[in-house]
Ligand binder design. Structure first.
Ligand code: ZN
Length: 423
């Protein structure tokens, strides 16, 4: 216990020394080893988008990029490994942005946007969005709160008091694509620092000095977030295990982000597939234990929650495993049968001189059904993209040979391939 108190005091001293002077921060590279993805929203929409534009013609995507570039330079100087999802006025698919952030092994995802209102030019306030439910996404909310407070304190808005942190489920019922597709790996937010449809707001957002000020606010918020330490859990299962034995307790070793185990009391939780388990925290060993529910079938995932004494929550990235039954099911590739059968049918209908006939239409429908079935059955497999492309081709053939209007399904399938399987 003595030792721990000594360490707390020591950590406290180091922290206050770090946040003491600006020059010291830069010298010390406070973000060394931290991977950050900065995502400037939209890009190259000038030809067709007449919504994301201010009263005198300033476009949201231009403001986003200017702020993101300044921020990226500041973060890099502070030692962070920064990935920008775009550095020019060009379009990057939403799925592609998320895939880049994951490849980068990001510790934080920050999407930079500005807001617009089609019917009320007087609106001007800041909003920061996080994905889904605040309880299940606490690390993103921690950062969002730091950011919104800094934006409100440092920038100018017409409705300064109205700015807030919201779930992105308020925008779309399934949340935003970039946050939904990165949440399994990292905390993230979408920042909307003002309305370009407000005439005074647009005037400010056009100014390079105001862009610098905004970038600096993001930078300070990111520093503050990482200064509090980012706690993490390690699952204590041998890597050589192919599947998990759910009849035994599961153990996680926790780190508060400073190599220690100083967490808020009662902040510990373990969820198994979204259901909370009874858990036990041992502060001496730093190990959090739970007895899993053994009735799960093929696969299982655990999420660990805890908050360090600096106030930062752990990002509950899921730990996923096969059960013994799931491992057998997967390794026997039962699910793959449907795909293989579909491939055989596909090759039969994929010839050069196919003529529409009742028999062919029947084959087309069975192949489509089998591909869809194989996708439903599969866990994660590179062949999934092939199945998706086959489905698109079959839908197009069906459209060509029948009276049915399949244009919506074809469009949806194209978007699915673009968003979920970026090249
Ligand atoms: Zn936007």
């Amino acid at each position: 216990m003595y030792q721990k108190i000594a360490i707390i005091i020591f950590v406290g001293l180091v922290l206050s020394a770090c946040v003491g002077t600006q020059s010291m921060l830069t010298e010390d590279q406070p973000l060394k080893g931290v991977n950050i993805t900065i995502d400037p929203g939209h890009g190259a929409t000038e030809a067709y988008d007449s919504f994301r534009i201010g009263p005198t013609g300033e476009r949201e995507e231009w403001i986003n990029l200017r702020v993101a570039k300044i921020l990226s330079r500041k973060l890099t100087l502070a030692g962070a490994n920064v990935l920008m999802t775009r550095t020019k006025d060009r379009d990057v698919s939403l799925g592609g942005r998320a895939a880049l952030a994951k490849q980068h092994g990001s510790d934080l995802f920050v999407s930079i946007h500005h807001n617009g209102s089609q019917n009320d030019p007087s609106i001007d306030l800041p909003i920061v969005y996080f994905y889904g439910s605040a309880i299940l996404n606490p690390a993103s909310v921690d950062f969002a709160k730091i950011l919104i407070d800094s934006l409100r304190a440092g920038l100018i808005f017409r409705q300064q008091q109205d700015g807030a942190v919201y779930s992105d489920h308020l925008i779309y019922s399934s949340g935003t694509s970039v946050l939904r597709n990165t949440i399994g790996d990292m905390p993230g937010v979408i920042g909307e620092a003002g309305f370009f449809t407000n005439p005074a707001g647009e005037g400010r957002l056009k100014s390079k000095d105001y862009n610098k000020l905004e970038a600096d606010i993001y930078y300070q918020a990111i520093l503050e977030y990482f200064n509090r330490g980012t706690p993490f859990a390690t699952c204590l299962l041998a890597d050589s295990l192919k599947y998990i034995d759910l009849s035994r307790p599961i153990e996680f070793e926790l780190d508060d982000g400073f190599g220690n185990t100083f967490f808020e009391e009662n902040s510990f939780m373990i969820f198994q597939d979204g259901v909370q388990l009874q858990s036990h925290w041992d502060s001496n060993s730093g190990i959090l234990t739970a007895t899993p529910d053994s009735s799960t079938e093929n696969s299982v995932s655990f999420q660990v929650f805890a908050r360090n004494i600096q106030g930062n929550a752990m990002h509950p990235a899921p730990f996923s495993f096969f059960t013994a039954a799931g491992y057998e099911w997967y390794s026997l590739e039962n699910w793959f049968e449907a795909f293989k059968e579909a491939e055989v049918l596909f090759n039969q209908i994929h010839g050069e001189n196919i003529e529409p006939s009742a028999h062919l239409m029947g084959q087309i429908d069975s192949a489509l059904h089998l591909y869809q079935l194989s996708l439903e059955l599969q866990i994660v497999h590179p062949r999934a993209r092939i199945a998706e492309e086959r489905i698109l081709w079959i839908l197009q053939q069906k459209q060509a040979f029948s009276e049915d209007d399949l244009s919506e399904a074809i469009e949806a399938q194209k978007n699915r391939i673009k968003n979920y399987y970026p090249e």
